[in-house]
Design a protein around this ligand. Structure first.
Ligand SMILES: NS(=O)(=O)c1ccc(C(=O)NCc2cccc(O)c2)cc1
Ligand SMILES: [Zn+2]
Length: 261
């Protein structure tokens, strides 16, 4: 119905252009990043995250992913530096992942995909009054992308995976206070950056992407817990496991990808 979209055969990424023609635009995301074709830019300073006073509010299943929302009524948690001209406020973070044994990151690196990808979504509250307004502006959003690869257990990810059973169904929301996503970052924040879009409808071309080069390591067991979520609501009769909720790489269309040193 209406602008319903998903990741299935009929409503998935190849069909999104019907309701969202910008899907075929000039700055769509994600992309395949080819390291030796990126341009190193020494003017690109480090990314600075001020998350120490961040206020997480809740964790939710929105029918596409699991999302942790933050209080964004002031500059208590911001990202700045790197390619950004202003501080951008943290609004939410969420994940994209594959099926059992399949990879599910959105960005790929020289054609290789990771098991999953974490997106920390920020908006430019200096220039725009609301997230919604920023989400339609060319410099409105900054998303920090972190790759997840499987290996040893991640010491802090259990704080997320232990809560997933409370948001199994689409539309479920539970309190999730006191979580600082800084614990989900790799030690090095070296990154690639380029101008792109939301990777889900409405696919607005409003994102300054900052993709961190080093992945974090999580266990297959931890990742498997994400797949206990379902795309469907509790009242619906069929349970569709939430997995492979990623958009494949889109055409670069002449864009430059810059690399921090
Ligand atoms: N996967 S992604 O990080 O590119 C991404 C981040 C945020 C959103 C999002 O907020 N979608 C809902 C939305 C979009 C525009 C305006 C709104 O008010 C809400 C979608 C995708
Ligand atoms: Zn995302």
């Amino acid at each position: 119905t209406g602008n319903h979209w998903g990741y299935g055969k009929e409503d998935g990424p190849t069909a999104w252009h019907k309701n969202y023609p910008v899907a075929e635009g000039d700055r769509q995301s994600p992309i395949d990043i080819i390291p030796n074709q990126t341009s190193h830019d020494s003017s690109l300073g480090p990314i600075v995250l001020n998350y120490d006073h961040c206020t997480s509010i809740n964790i939710a299943n929105n029918g596409h992913s699991v999302v942790v929302e933050f209080e964004d009524s002031d500059d208590r948690s911001v990202i700045r530096g790197g390619p950004l001209d202003n501080p951008y406020r943290l609004k939410q973070f969420h994940f994209h992942w594959g099926g059992k044994g399949c990879h599910g990151s959105e960005h790929t690196v020289a054609g290789n995909s990771y098991a999953s990808e974490l997106h920390l979504v920020h908006w430019n509250a200096v220039k725009y009054k609301t997230f919604g307004e920023a989400a339609t502006a060319p410099d409105g959003l900054a998303v920090l992308g972190i790759f997840l690869e499987t290996g040893d257990e991640h010491r802090w990810l259990h704080m997320i995976t232990d809560a997933l059973y409370t948001v199994k169904f689409k539309g479920s929301v539970t309190d999730f206070k006191g979580f600082n996503p800084k614990c989900l970052l790799p030690s090095s924040l070296q990154y690639w950056t380029y101008l792109g879009s939301l990777t889900t409808p409405p696919l607005h071309e409003s994102v300054i992407w900052i993709v961190v080069k080093d992945p974090i390591v999580v266990s297959e067991k931890q990742l498997g817990k994400f797949r206990t979520l379902v795309f469907t609501g509790e009242e619906e009769d069929q349970r569709t496991r939430m997995e492979n909720n990623f958009r494949p790489p889109q055409l670069l269309k002449g864009r430059k990808v810059r690399s921090s040193n």
